[in-house]
Design a protein. Sequence first.
Length: 345
Amino acid sequence: MESYEQARDYARAAMEKLDSHRIPASPPNYTVWYTYITRRNAALRQAIDAIIAEGNDFGSGVSEGLFRRFFDLDSSGEALVESSQQIETILSSALGQLRQAGDDHAGFGDRLDRYSQELAKSKGLGTISDIIDHIVAETRKTVERTRKIESDLQRTTDEAAELRRNLENARQEANTDPLTGIANRKRLDVELRSVLDDAAENETSCCLLLLDIDHFKTFNDRYGHQLGDDVLKLVAKILVRAIKGQDTAARYGGEEFAILLPKTPLEGALKLAEDIREALATRRLVNKNSGKALGNVTVSIGAAKWVPGENKESWIARADQALYAAKNNGRNRVEAAAPVRSAAE
């Protein structure tokens, strides 16, 4: 990691680049140009240099396009959030030190001022008094400069904090399904890798549920996509209420959802699945605008327990097979994936 002084110089240079090319200082744009300045990504630097060499400008989202091309938000976003937090901590510490230094300088100036007044009362000490007056004046200038630096650092600290908040918001949006507000498939993939690594290392049990809304296309065709979206939101809300702790509920795609259950035996996963199925099956839907009854919505659920040594793709495929078995066996039911021998055997 760079030193405070080096990180500060990089940040200043990045902001100067943004300003010279009239690029808004948004988190993605800042990321692109901070990385350009630090020379951490040769391909990115070559791409930017080529744009500059051809005399093209960075309008119409060119810089944002570079961000999408060269950065994956899960990794770069995490790194930048961490970096901005570290920079913010450094700046806050430096700010505290400067405040203390400013207070010390102010006190020193006051003391010299008092000594000057006392010396001025003594005849024959005019020269010394003049000298001390100059010292007081210079000291006060130093205090003013220190306070200016303090003000600049405070502003920079606030900007670093704002950058971190923006990055965290961007990362959250990138990992969230915009309709239902729960995790999206991208976030689920990250959690799946993490859970599998933990299960393999600590030899714990984990399970995966895949859920599909029964006859959802028919419901959409009959009542419209707006009510269809309301049903998706309802299912997501029930899933969130059902899970706890380290569990993850995600929209897997379309009308399909997933629940990742770390440190959970198959019996616990099947019970949770049955509770969710029943909660939806007994829920009577009503059109809020017309008051018309819409019946109910059911789900089919497949459950699979991870087998030691099994990869992510195989685990998902077995849960998917169990889901289709539930649909083929009449829907509105829960099916467990067929037991298999350890993949490590």
